[in-house]
Design a protein around this ligand. Structure first.
Ligand code: AVJ
Ligand code: FE
Length: 441
């Protein structure tokens, strides 16, 4: 994409920024002002914080850094610095109100477009740095849009978001697992133009042959674990997971509720029976790991997940996406809040990987068993706080994006991370296992 001409880069950035803003606007215009400033959960910021934070980051990286322009609102830097104030404390800050936040992001965007017109995008380093800044800020806005969507899910009240149902199943029965061959493959990327620092650089990684499930674990399968006493048997849980489960009295995925002999869930204000054929969503890492242990399996490691997603055994190459190198379309994956829920398993045959693994991109983020670390040769860019400060054992990596992730903010190499106790994100999982001696031959 960096071989695009400056005109094409400008057109691409304009389109991508405009699309992100349409989504931010829709998410914040869907509720009244009182709702915008309210904290719907201690886990989340008020929606109006996300909105102005989007503008503040854009002012920093596009207007000031790329454009070299005078600050618009230097007084806002501190208030909207995510590292200075935890989410729980943000309602107490002197935040811009809804009207001022909207005016601020509009003013910043006007300046960004002016910078985009005038900034050099054609010579080596400036091209790299300037073009990347526009890609990074687009992804940043889309990431906060997904966060705002999670806030909407936590909000109580009548439904305010609407979208058509996702496609139905389009495959026959799939094999439950496929074998991923052992050996080296290329993990991460050097060439992806918009890849963030933690996805870089491309490097050879070895994995032993293993089996992985062809689809994410469904609600139906998860119910067998739940109804079979999975939440009351410490055998399946890590010590840390069991303590967490007990302390918070967790008995089912977040947003589930028992009525008679049926499980119901609330989804963006809509109450409905839990659909058995959809990937389970709103489970913590601990619940995912407990299910996998109960099933006699385990979660995939991050290299395993990426090999299952990207490795093409015919060529030995790693693809950009499971289906190949083309950008995602509506045929490949459930992305971009096009639908307000995961699609049933088998709904995206065109998105399957070379090895026959389905729905790796979109639908639900997938927990892996790996801690978040930098790849060999990692270099923080453009700031340590994007990912480096999160490296360590407290965070688990999630892969693949959810129905709430925009195509601009997902790739085969994209890495997300969160605490293993988190459930408000759109996270599910699939299982993997070692091969038996007989299978290894
Ligand atoms: C990559 C989703 C973990 O939301 O904390 C947003 C993305 N970084 N603003 C987050 C991000 C800075 C990040 N995650
Ligand atoms: Fe942010």
């Amino acid at each position: 994409m960096l071989d695009l001409s400056p005109q094409d880069l400008r057109a691409h950035a304009t389109e991508a920024l405009t699309r992100a803003r349409a989504r931010s606007t829709a998410l914040t215009d869907a509720v009244d002002d009182e709702d915008l400033v309210r904290q719907h959960s201690k886990l989340m910021s008020p929606l109006v914080w996300d909105l102005a934070h989007i503008g503040s980051q854009e002012e920093l990286w596009l207007v000031r850094d790329v454009g070299g322009r005078e600050p618009l609102r230097p007084d806002l830097d501190e208030i909207y610095d995510a590292f200075k104030h935890a989410r729980a404390d943000r309602p107490g800050l002197p935040l811009l109100g809804p009207a001022d936040a909207r005016a601020y992001v509009r003013e910043v965007r006007d300046k960004s477009f002016d910078v985009l017109e005038k900034a050099p995008l054609s010579d080596g380093n400036a091209l790299q740095r300037n073009a990347f800044a526009f890609g990074m800020i687009t992804q940043h806005e889309q990431q906060h849009d997904e966060t705002m969507l999670a806030t909407h899910q936590l909000r109580r009240g009548e439904p305010v978001l609407h979208a058509p149902a996702p496609p139905a199943r389009r495959t026959g029965a799939l094999p439950s697992e496929v074998v991923v061959p052992g050996g080296a493959f290329v993990m991460g990327t050097t060439a992806e133009p918009w890849a963030l620092d933690n996805e870089r650089p491309a490097h050879e990684t070895h994995v032993a042959a293993f089996a992985i499930e062809t689809t994410p674990v469904t609600n139906g399968a998860y119910l067998e674990f739940l109804d079979g006493g999975g939440y009351t048997d410490p055998r399946w849980w890590s010590e840390e997971g069991w303590a967490y489960r007990a302390e918070h009295n967790i008995v089912a995925p977040r947003f589930w509720r028992r009525e008679g002999d049926q499980w119901w869930r609330v989804r963006f204000g809509v109450h409905e029976p839990v659909p058995h054929d959809e990937p389970v969503v709103h489970v913590s890492f601990h619940e995912a790991a407990a299910y996998a242990a109960w099933a006699g399996k385990r979660l995939p490691t991050e290299p395993e997940w990426e090999k299952a997603a990207r490795f093409d055994p015919a060529t030995g190459r790693s693809r950009r996406f499971p289906w190949g190198d083309d950008e995602p379309t509506a045929e490949h994956a459930n992305l971009g809040q096009r639908h307000l829920r995961p699609a049933p398993v088998g709904a995206y045959p065109a998105g399957a990987s070379a090895l026959g693994v389905h729905q790796l991109i979109g639908d639900v983020w997938e927990w892996t068993s790996s801690d978040f670390h930098g790849y060999p040769g990692f270099r923080a860019f453009p700031y340590r706080e994007y990912s480096e400060v999160f490296f360590g054992p407290e965070y688990k990596v999630l892969r693949g994006g959810s129905f709430g992730t925009d195509a601009a903010a997902i790739r085969g190499t994209f890495r997300n991370w969160d605490y293993p106790i988190r459930r408000q994100i759109f996270a599910g999982f699939r299982c993997a296992r070692d091969l038996t001696a007989a299978e290894r031959g």
